[in-house]
Design a protein around this ligand. Structure first.
Ligand code: GLU
Length: 303
């Protein structure tokens, strides 16, 4: 596996230079674009890696998977009255659909949906950011994971679009807490800094029927795990989810920091990272690396 990952790195490195680092969050625009990492965490506890797999980066929307898992653990089926389970086909930060669908976001992975999930977690925990950070640290088995406060402050300063979504949902009666407080906690989660090894390990429960082996925790039930994976497969890659399912065939979630996690159920979890993004906001070299990986292992959840 280490050899395979090294060969994938060789194959995709030439793509660096063809994408664009996210710049709508100014603190992210300063990242060195010339970076690539891949890490695999197998269900029997082995780590495989290539590139800068121990270099931390901003997990951004990958944090939405942690927030969703936390919300599923603490809310019943009624949570799905406030957020849908359909792909949006729209950019992650679109406001248009939210207006004509009466403030109920299409899914938990577009920004509006993640904000509703953050609102649920805000109602549930006295200190939602602390609850999230401890959850992530436990799953990754790394007590040193932190939020990058510079990124979080930059996101809050340039929050106009996310704030618009949250206030629009509030106007429709689909937001319980103070919008600014929820935005702070949402940005603090997006601004968590982790590396590929941390992330592959943290999401191993999604490859293992909800069970996190290294900390002996049943994070979600097998059924809840299948639900999260189905949402990742249909809505995890912004408006490129269909093409990702077609070419890679795995549940996955990307973030504008250039990270992507993907799940090979019953086998392993994987994280790739390269900061330059394609037109849909997904890591350009990251997508190519996952395509190469899925092609090599000859495995897709679609058969
Ligand atoms: N914090 C980013 C935002 O709210 C997350 C975007 C992403 O990674 O998709 O815009």
């Amino acid at each position: 596996m280490n050899e395979l990952l090294a060969s994938i790195e060789q194959k995709v490195r030439p793509l660096i230079g063809q994408g664009k680092v996210a710049n709508y969050i100014p603190a992210l625009a300063n990242v060195n674009p010339n970076q690539f990492a891949i890490a695999v965490y197998s269900n029997d506890g082995q780590v495989f890696q290539a590139g800068q797999a121990s270099t931390n980066f901003s997990i951004q929307s990958i944090s939405k998977v942690f927030s969703l898992a936390l919300a599923i653990k603490h809310n019943g089926e009624e949570m799905w009255q406030r957020v849908g389970r359909e792909p949006s086909g729209n950019p992650f930060n679109s406001l248009a659909q939210l207006e004509y669908e009466a403030g109920v976001p299409r899914n938990p992975f577009i920004n509006a949906g993640a904000l509703v999930i953050s609102d649920m977690n805000q109602s549930r925990f006295a200190s939602p950011h602390y609850a999230m950070r401890e959850f992530i640290r436990r799953l990754a088995d790394n007590p040193n994971i932190r939020t990058d406060k510079v990124v979080a402050a930059s996101e809050y300063e340039f929050r106009a679009r996310n704030a618009s979504m949250a206030y629009l949902m509030k106007a429709f009666g689909n937001f319980d807490n103070d919008v600014e407080a929820v935005l702070h906690n949402y940005f603090d989660s997006c601004a968590v800094s982790m590396n590929c090894i941390d992330l592959a390990k943290a999401f191993s429960f999604l490859a293992n029927k909800g069970y996190s082996k290294h900390n002996n925790e049943q994070v979600l039930t097998p059924k809840e795990t299948a639900h999260v994976n189905s949402l990742l497969a249909t809505s995890g890659l912004y408006d490129e989810a269909g093409s990702f399912a077609y070419h890679v065939g795995l549940p996955g979630k990307s973030g504008v920091g250039g990270g992507i996690i993907a799940i090979v159920p019953n086998r392993f979890s994987v994280c790739v990272w390269s900061p330059e993004l394609n037109k849909s906001g997904n890591s350009l070299a990251g997508i190519a690396a996952l395509e190469a990986l899925s092609e090599s292992i000859g495995w897709s959840v679609f058969g």
